[in-house]
Each structure stands twice: as structure tokens, then as C-alpha cells.
Design a protein around this ligand. Structure first.
Ligand code: G3H
Length: 245
């Protein structure tokens, strides 16, 4: 069968040779120019197929979650604190055979507090992992938004993906700001635990699970659940662990 192959030698091409191994892999780029091809090369240079897990979880339940309020920067509820301890236990067991791993959080205290009981791994705070910015609606309940700003409520209901909160963000904005996070996750060779927020994790998960854009804003992303994504040559496999009832 090998006899019918012909090596690509001319024109514009990107050759990827054995991208699984750390040092053995090679990327050959020939005659590539322009913004989009350049971005593709940048992405490919940073990605590889070495097997490693990515663990995604929302922060433990926050006081705003209990009150049904969006956004804000509140601390954890009692259940949220319990989850942070269970999560630390889970991570300790799950990653005990790994040489290195990192814990990524947003800059909001509910994710930082969720990561607090985890010891022995470096922690990195990413602004890009902060929850969708709900602008003028920050701190309100959905009922309050419906009553005080009915047009905003209706517009969001009609097109949740594109709707941008006044002085805030849309799901499309969130997806765009996640690009450096995704490149960095593709680049990592060691396990990463991402502790973030509902809207952000909907977008990140959809990328790895190859889900269509239109599904992102309504995807189920329950609290107190870990989604483990196994990256590697066989594609992406996932497991879910529900740590609390
Ligand atoms: O607090 C904000 C929520 O996590 C985002 O949820 O986009 O379904 O309103 P939503």
C-alpha cells in the first residue's frame, strides 16, 4: 500500500509527522502565508496527541447560586465548601501517579475557594476563565431581569448565543476570549484541572466534545460534577463523576 503514496514536496503544505511523541514529532511548514493559514500553523504547532486528562468542573455552590442570582463574586455555601473538600480528595486519588499537574481557576473567589483544599499542585488564575459578564444585570435574579428589563430578557431568550448583556458579554464573546485557554490546554502534556463557571465550561466542553455552536448556551453543566476528558490519539473520550447528591 505504501507504494501508492507520493511525498508532498511542492506548493503550500503543513506536514505533521508523529505528533504523539514529545521529541520525535515534527511539523514541516512550506510556503504558508496569510492570517488564517498562519493561525492554523500556530494552532498545530501548539497541539499534540499525547494522552493526558483534562478535568473540568464548576466551582462549588456559591451564595448567589443559592439565591438564584447571576454573576457576582460571592463565597461558597455550606454545600459548596463540602464539594471543595470532596473535589480535593478526588483529585488527590485521581492524580496520585502523575508527576505534574496544574489547577486552573478564574479570578473570582468562588473558584479560588473551591481550589483551596487541593494541595501539592501549582494553581494558576486566568481572567479568561471568569464567568460571562452579565453587565447591568449582574447580581439580579432572572425574575428581576424579566420584570425590570423585559426587552433584554426577551432578546436573550430569542438568541442566547449572540445576545450581549448591556455593558457585558455574549456567549460569542466568551468563546472568543477562551482561545488562548484552548491553545494552552492543547499544548499541555500534563493533566490540568479547570475550575471555572457554567457559561465558560459550556464553551470549553463544547470545543473538546465537538458540539455545535448553537448548543453551547443551553448545554447541561451541573454543579458538583467533574467531567474528565481524555485527550489522545483515539480522539476525545469522556467520563463524569458526580461527587454529591
Ligand atoms: O450566572 C450566570 C450563569 O452561570 C450563566 O448561565 O447563561 O444560562 O444564564 P445562563
Amino acid at each position: 500500500m505504501k507504494r501508492v503514496y507520493e511525498p508532498v514536496q511542492e506548493g503550500s503544505y503543513i506536514k505533521m509527522i508523529d505528533m504523539v511523541k514529545g521529541e520525535g514529532g515534527q511539523l514541516q511548514v512550506n510556503n504558508i502565508s496569510g492570517y488564517l493559514p498562519g493561525r492554523i500553523v500556530f494552532f498545530l504547532v501548539n497541539s499534540h496527541l499525547a494522552p493526558r486528562p483534562i478535568l473540568l468542573t464548576r466551582h462549588g455552590e456559591s451564595l448567589h447560586n443559592v439565591r438564584g442570582r447571576v454573576g457576582g463574586d460571592t463565597v461558597l455555601s455550606e454545600d459548596g465548601e463540602l464539594y471543595s473538600k470532596k473535589l480535593a480528595n478526588f483529585i488527590e486519588k485521581r492524580l496520585k501517579n502523575e508527576k505534574t499537574a496544574t489547577i486552573w481557576t478564574s479570578t473570582l473567589q468562588r473558584t479560588i475557594l473551591t481550589a483551596t483544599p487541593i494541595v501539592g499542585f501549582p494553581k494558576i488564575q486566568w481572567r479568561a476563565l471568569d464567568e460571562i459578564n452579565s453587565g447591568v444585570c449582574d447580581g439580579m435574579t432572572y425574575e428581576e431581569i424579566k420584570k425590570i428589563m423585559p426587552e433584554e430578557y426577551e432578546s436573550r431568550k430569542k438568541d442566547k448565543l449572540r445576545y450581549r448583556y448591556p455593558r457585558g458579554e455574549s456567549y460569542l464573546d466568551v468563546i472568543q476570549r477562551l482561545e488562548p485557554v484552548i491553545i494552552e490546554l492543547e499544548r499541555q502534556r500534563a493533566p490540568v484541572v479547570v475550575i471555572s463557571h457554567q457559561a465558560v465550561l459550556r464553551a470549553l466542553y463544547s470545543y473538546f466534545a465537538d458540539r455545535p455552536l448553537r448548543e453551547v448556551p443551553d448545554m447541561e453543566m451541573p454543579l458538583h460534577t467533574i467531567i474528565e476528558i481524555q485527550m489522545g490519539v483515539t480522539g476525545v473520550e469522556e467520563k463524569r463523576y458526580k461527587l454529591m447528591d
